[in-house]
Design a binder for this molecule. Structure first.
Ligand code: ZN
Length: 393
């Protein structure tokens, strides 16, 4: 674990000291403050002088009395602990806040919300769900924040049915309000989310080989957002299962034109459909056409693979070399060196290019920077949808 932030420690040290000074004038407002053991303050100081920053942080937080003035400090401290991965300590702080009977309801509800965030971070989804449902009953002020967190809980527990019901009710609220560019964008985002939930539910049905149910889910996804290619990819897989290869091919070809940046994610089923129909040559014309409007190193690499599968190494090398001139990436360099391996007398150069290319993460999230070798429709880092892309590098 990382060392505690020195600034945080200093702020907490000052907050405890300031809390005492302020507390003298407010001693009648919270009787429990008097029960705070002052020894914790000196204990914290000792830990600080001994260089034990973690222990010092805990001692100072315990020494800081809970009252209306210091409430925000506790909330900030708890939230920082959660972000640092110390969820157990964050839970203790927020539970201790909730046990104070003297706090105003608004502050209790805020602590309630923070505790729900702790439970989500700790993976205690059932407890978070109950807490948030209670909070929605108790506080209209925190209802919107609680609903957002509740959606997070349903997503994390893969409860697509409850997620859909909640998202639909939120969408209705947005649509009922006066139409503004912001409300329209919010509604579109919610519709895209509903589409994603349907697709997740469809993929769960696919695992059970319940093809009709899976197709119905995907079709509903499309009704929410007809610009998404995810439902088409699911339906194409079901088409193949049901022997409708031509239909699968048509769907995937349309998806490639709608979202050429996603073609690497479904090139394999598209190749299989082409092979089954005996029209593999269509892929060369498809990708060449896409490349004319979009100079994408990934598409260039796929086109080179198609030339190679036809035994046309010269065309493959030409398309890669063009890419190196226009938009060089380590993957293109590796491919070029592989194709030229007979002319490259030093195998170490080919190996170095391979290592360089492998070192680059295939996928990167445009929102949080999460990176990894696999594609996810929902980013595992920030939980945003459809934010992973293949960086050209
Ligand atoms: Zn992310």
């Amino acid at each position: 674990m990382a060392e505690p932030n020195t600034l945080l420690l200093a702020l907490l040290f000052l907050a405890v000291a300031a809390g005492w000074v302020l507390g003298r004038g407010a001693s009648g407002r919270d009787e429990e403050k008097d029960q705070t053991p002052p020894s914790q303050y000196y204990l914290g100081l000792n830990f600080l002088l001994d260089g034990e920053q973690e222990s010092a942080l805990k001692a100072f937080s315990e020494a800081l009395a809970v009252n209306a003035e210091t409430f925000e400090t506790h909330i900030t401290f708890g939230s920082l602990l959660r972000k640092r991965g110390e969820v157990d300590n964050a839970i203790k702080i927020h539970q201790s806040l909730l046990s104070r009977t003297k706090l105003p309801d608004a502050q209790k509800n805020q602590a309630h919300l923070e505790l729900a965030k702790d439970f989500i971070a700790a993976g205690l989804l059932d407890r978070a769900e109950q807490l948030l449902k209670d909070l929605i009953e108790l506080s209209t002020e925190h209802e919107a924040d609680a609903n957002i967190l509740l959606l997070e809980v349903f997503e994390a527990s893969r409860d697509w049915e409850q997620a859909r019901v909640l998202a639909e009710s939120q969408l209705k609220q947005v649509l009922a309000a006066t139409v503004t560019p912001a409300s329209k964008a919010k509604a579109d985002k919610m519709k895209a989310r509903l589409c994603n939930y349907c697709c997740e539910a469809a993929e769960d049905q696919e695992v059970n080989k319940a093809w009709t149910a899976a197709r119905n889910e995907a079709a509903e996804g499309l009704r929410w957002d007809d610009s998404s290619i995810w439902p088409h990819l699911i339906m194409a897989r079901i088409d193949v299962e049901e022997g409708a290869t031509q239909q699968a091919f048509d769907r995937l070809m349309s998806a490639a034109k709608v979202a050429p940046n996603r073609l690497p994610e479904f090139i394999d089923p598209l190749r299989e459909a082409c092979d089954a129909l005996g029209c593999r040559g269509r892929l060369v014309s498809l990708i060449s056409g896409l490349l004319e409007t979009r100079d994408d190193p990934q598409l260039r690499s796929l086109l080179a693979d198609e030339y190679l599968s036809n035994g046309n190494e010269a065309a493959a090398l030409e398309i890669i070399v063009q890419g190196l001139e226009k938009k060089p990436t380590s993957a293109l360099l590796q491919k070029a060196l592989e194709l030229m391996s007979e002319q490259v007398s030093c195998p170490a150069v080919v190996e170095a290019a391979q290592k360089l290319s492998i070192k680059q993460s295939t996928y990167l999230c445009g929102v949080c920077g999460f990176h990894g070798p696999s594609f996810y429709w929902q980013c595992p880092g920030c939980k945003n949808w459809d934010t992973l892309y293949r960086p050209a590098r």
